[in-house]
Design a protein around this ligand. Structure first.
Ligand SMILES: [Zn+2]
Length: 245
């Protein structure tokens, strides 16, 4: 009887210890789980913070206050009247590319082309034309600005118009080749815009690159002349500010 009591006591003791061991293990597992979850959350937070930080850096670097940009003296303001066909007065928040065009009307002046854009507001026909450009460079190298750079122009394509600035160039004949005065002003204006919009010549495209249109004709027909133009823009962009001011 005495032995039996001792045995059952030992058995009870054994079970109690086993229970305690199990409980200890459970607590240990719980602590481990909490540690894993905590580490996971912390890791995720670090990754998220990193992504936010990189995004803020990218945004800050590319952010340009378009309304704060003051155009140089050699750009003559000749703004179109706000109207649905050439100056819709749609605000642009950023400019990602500069698009080069030719007017496709040999011998015409910058002023004539600007007047044409402005006259579009008086259209009466059923099929209405929408067309315009931020800048037109004339045969004497004069630069007219028809639309502020923080407003959209109807120049390239529906997709491209929303975040690009356009430059139209006059030309003496059908080949579309620009004369030296027009070319020099185009290099200067494009370089100035690159500098002030936080862009480079890599962000300068032909109308042709966006839509396949034969515009600007000479630069579409002569890839080497286009490459030369881009390298001239690069050289001008790297000059001190005073040089293209
Ligand atoms: Zn064009």
């Amino acid at each position: 009887m005495k032995n039996q009591t001792k045995e059952s006591y030992d058995e009870l003791e054994r079970r109690r210890r086993a229970r305690e061991r199990r409980q200890r293990q459970k607590r240990k597992q719980k602590r481990k789980r909490l540690l894993y979850i905590g580490t996971g959350i912390l890791g995720l937070a670090v990754v998220l913070a990193g992504i936010l930080w990189i995004m803020s850096l990218l945004f800050a670097r590319n952010y340009v206050d378009l309304k704060g940009i003051e155009m140089p003296e050699w750009v003559e303001e000749d703004f179109l009247d706000p109207n649905p066909y050439s100056r819709p007065a749609t605000e642009m928040k950023r400019v990602n590319e500069i698009v080069i065009h030719y007017v496709a009307n040999p011998g015409t002046t910058a002023k004539q082309n600007m007047n044409y854009f402005n006259s579009l507001q008086d259209q009466t026909g059923i099929k209405k034309i929408s067309a315009s450009s931020h800048f037109i460079i004339g045969l004497e190298g004069e630069v007219l600005q028809g639309i502020p750079i923080y407003e959209m122009a109807y120049s390239t394509s529906k997709e491209k118009n929303v975040d690009t600035v356009s430059i139209e160039c006059c030309h003496p004949d059908e080949t579309g080749k620009f004369n030296d005065a027009t070319y020099d002003s185009l290099v200067k204006l494009t370089a100035w815009l690159c500098k002030n919009l936080g862009l480079t010549e890599k962000d300068v495209i032909r109308h042709y690159d966006a839509t396949g249109k034969d515009c600007p004709r000479y630069f579409v027909a002569h890839e080497d002349a286009w490459k030369k133009f881009l390298s001239d823009v690069k050289a001008a962009r790297k000059q001190p500010d005073e040089a293209i001011r």
